[in-house]
Design a protein around this ligand. Sequence first.
Ligand code: ATP
Length: 330
Amino acid sequence: MQIVKEINRIGVFTSGGDSPGMNAAIRAVVRTALYKNKQVTGIYHGYQGMMDGDFIPMESRSVSNIIQLGGTILKTARCLPFRTVEGRAQAYKNLVEAGIDGLVAIGGDGTFTGAEIFSREYDIPVVCIPGTIDNDLYGTDYTLGYDTATNTVIEAIDKIRDTAASHDRLFFIEVMGRDSGCIALNAGIAGGAEAILLPEKATAIDDLIQHLSKGARQQKSSSIVIVAEGDHNGGAYNVAKRVKEKFSHYDAKVSILGHLQRGGSPSSFDRVLASRMGYAAVNQLIAGNTRIMIGMRGNEICTTPLEEAINNKEYKLSEDMLEIAEVLSL
Ligand code: ATP
């Protein structure tokens, strides 16, 4: 959607779960805006900071030395009061007082939903950047942080495989992904996992046991099973328990990777993606576009109306990738 109001001061914030690459995106937003002679205000703690007036003017040096940092220098939060009319009225009042007349929001679909409602309610332009390790947003092949998180998981798999092989062990490694198996599938392929359990595709425990038994017969000394946290069998501990009941000769261990997948220095891919998305977000705002999400399709930056991004779910696991995982685990 296009609007014709000139923007003078852009407010930038991060919201929802943090992800590596958010700082690189903040940096790109700040520097692109300054380059275009616009002013920038950082909003701390997402919508909570908007409601509290927790703002900081940003200059070029405010974002020095942050491109390599995980997390978000602007902090993030989940803010229930922003879901209320009164909460959003308070936030708008603070924005007007600070002279903020355009917003760049970096976060996931909850953040986009808040941005869409707020932008319609107060006619304030907003452009969103997808920041979540889950890679589960419609309208983009990649979200910020997904590549880094996948690399973190691969590093962990490699280390666990060293000990698994030394002790002839079966390891169940649980990775993040309540609804999305993107991290599990890609890290599983890259880490040479023997099996990958995904939220999108139910795997029967008996089939898994059959698969692992076949590997054992073929003299596999160790096995790694990647379990996405949203797998239908109820997580790695449950899967391990049920497999152990029938597969007792293996020394089975469980490792839950947890929040370490959210942290760390962003990969080169995430830094470049963040830089491109931050640059595009500011240019879209200045061009008069609002209620859109920046994405990347193929290697091209693109935009999707927020409403479409929020209301659609995209199935990101290709049949090819699923087959590759299966074939290469023989
Ligand atoms: P992640 O994918 O990491 O969970 P997210 O952006 O989806 O990130 P949420 O906690 O769902 O994270 O949403 C972030 C914030 O967006 C919420 O804390 C709330 O302040 C705001 N928000 C979400 N839904 C709405 C809504 N329906 N109306 C107004 N604000 C909302």
